[in-house]
Design a protein around this ligand. Sequence first.
Ligand code: DOR
Ligand code: ZN
Ligand code: ZN
Length: 410
Amino acid sequence: MYVGARPAGPARRKTAAIGKFLVPGIIDTHVHFRSPGHPHKEDWASGSRAAVSGGVTTVCDMPNTSPPTLTRAAWEEKRSLAAVASRANYGLWVGAASDNLHEINELMDSGDACGIKVFMGASTGPLLVDDATLLRIFLETRGLLGVHAEDEALLVGARERFAGNLTPEHNEVRPPAAAAAAVKRLIELSRAHERSVHICHISTSAELALLEDVRGVVPVTTEASPHHLWLSTETGQGNFTKCNPPIRDEVDRRALWTAVRRHRIDTIGSDHAPHTREEKQLPYWDAPSGIPGVETTFSLLVAAIRQGRLSIERMVQLCAETPARIFGFSRKGWIKPGYDADFALFAESDLVKLTNADLLTRVGWSPFVGQKVGAKPEQVYVSGQLVAQRGRIVDDAVRGTLVRPGDARA
Ligand code: DOR
Ligand code: ZN
Ligand code: ZN
């Protein structure tokens, strides 16, 4: 279903939206639903219900599933799961490794995968890309690169220094310098090979300073994640806020907000990484990294709007227009004739305390519980179908469709 002036028949539903805001559904190009492979964390049903309840109508899922989406076969297996169970539209990343560059090109040339995900530093899962492979990725593959930018050599060095320490600061074990070194290398590669790179979860002023110098000169775009905008080393919560790249200090957090407002950040991606409470309660070295967030982005941003830190227009740019443009989702991101009817309807009501009861993610926790946030959208539509209302799923039969870069505009 689409946006247009001439409907094919009479309206099945009329909705009064006077005094409310209708915005394009959020396109979250960075989620880890971890399915197939980790049903105790999330699956496509639970993850996508959480997404649509929070106004996210398109998700792009990362490759570190079991099996990882490094091959056409693994990618198709995930596509089948998503087709059956996803209440949101879905794009699927292909992961990069040393031995799958041919498969990457097949998935990118066919227009099926939404991008190529590269981990420069090991995060959740083994490291598959070394320096030599990184260069080969730039030389031999085609399509948008999405990069987790932390320098592996610096990570290894720092980790060794903290080896005997049972409770180190995660921000020191994976220091800002590791992120900056990786961003520096990416800028060099992007410039030399004229290749589009979307850098995931920028978290430090050091990365921003490097990017400022090459603004408009190299085809590098940037993502920020809500947890880096709302949390800092001063907000605590132990392993529950352990994530990669780490939550940084207040100076970095504020620099990131300035960058969001000054258009130095292009997109917001949640990096939704659902690990269970039990996993998060393990000792520091054993607890997995990652924070669930796909369903709280909207509410946090509405809070920022209420507090005068952001305009609604800027939110729509960050969450819908710009991701659609960068990823080439040509019928998404705008409310325009011929575009897909993915919307969120909301009122600028008072902020409320986020509670566990508001959450639909299987893991059932969020580091933002207790914070004052906007309510989930009053209504969320996926392809013109009303799927969620005030945070509850009202039609559990709605299914999204695969989004592909470069799908022709209607
Ligand atoms: O904190 C993170 N969690 N960072 C990543 O890069 C991966 C993610 C996950 O999959 O859990
Ligand atoms: Zn990452
Ligand atoms: Zn991630």
